[in-house]
Design a binder for this molecule. Sequence first.
Ligand SMILES: Nc1ncnc2c1ncn2[C@@H]1O[C@H](COP(=O)(O)OP(=O)(O)OP(=O)(O)O)[C@@H](O)[C@H]1O
Ligand SMILES: [Mg+2]
Length: 296
Amino acid sequence: MGKIVAIANQKGGVGKTTTAVNLAACLSFAGKKVLLIDLDPQKNACSGLGVYEETYQISAVDVLLNETPVTDAILKTSFNNLDLLPSSSDLVGAEVILTDLPMREQRLKAALNKTVRDMYDFIFIDTPPSLGLITINAFGACHSVLVPIQCEYYALEGVSSLMMTIETVRERLNSRIELEGIVMTMADKRTNLNQQVIAEVREHFSEKVYRTLIYRNITLAEAPSFGKPAIFYNIRSVGSNCYISLTKEFLEKNSQAPKKALSRGQMIIDIQGSERYIQESHRDFVDSSIFEKSKK
Ligand SMILES: Nc1ncnc2c1ncn2[C@@H]1O[C@H](COP(=O)(O)OP(=O)(O)OP(=O)(O)O)[C@@H](O)[C@H]1O
Ligand SMILES: [Mg+2]
């Protein structure tokens, strides 16, 4: 049964969606079956995977409010092994309507039943920048929370209320919830401030902080406007490398033995500098137009 991981930080613009899209894409690329759930009315996870609202009718709103089965709302993406439960701008209003519904904090948990979980190795939930009912639904449904923290001076601001919220959810709603890990985003090798912030976060959260740093990189900012995760836009970029490395660590922490398909994916990850190998052995993973782009 698939592990459900919520990606959350109520602070805006810290790299939640970038992490959700790219971690999900790297895992699917490595042969894992992955579902990405977009619970943010901004729909950035949808557009990051090239899915736009005019192309679908059923969304997470129907799942949360009308008990529409998740399987009716799931969309295939253009990427192998990667499905999407899309968001809708109507999620803003849904948050208010949810307040008056029965089991208002547990509706996503009920929706992600065994049938859905059996379809995937991992289910990621991209949450909005708030600790409202939608994020609480994600916390109610998940096994763990992955927290992206931006490498900046006030990095830890707000993180204590996030941890307190997770604690409250554990006591009242979901006893299995745990901290999956903390990923430091938008790091910049050149500044001392970054080093200080990273040291401070590591001191607080010790081994829960991933060794991998996600560096600030233009590919990560550009790829969403092409509707592609970074590895399908420019696999040789620093940004792709960072998320590939995070994926390896994530799999190590989850003690996931490689699947058959993963060994091919992992090879590409290990030697992803070698163009020939990618071209010859992985045409089924990376279509040639993407490969052409990655040569730039
Ligand atoms: N490592 C990075 N390097 C460069 N740009 C990045 C990086 N990570 C994220 N960005 C860009 O920073 C912006 C914010 O990132 P993102 O949307 O992932 O944050 P978020 O936490 O999901 O935001 P929100 O709280 O609004 O949902 C986006 O424009 C994204 O493309
Ligand atoms: Mg986001």
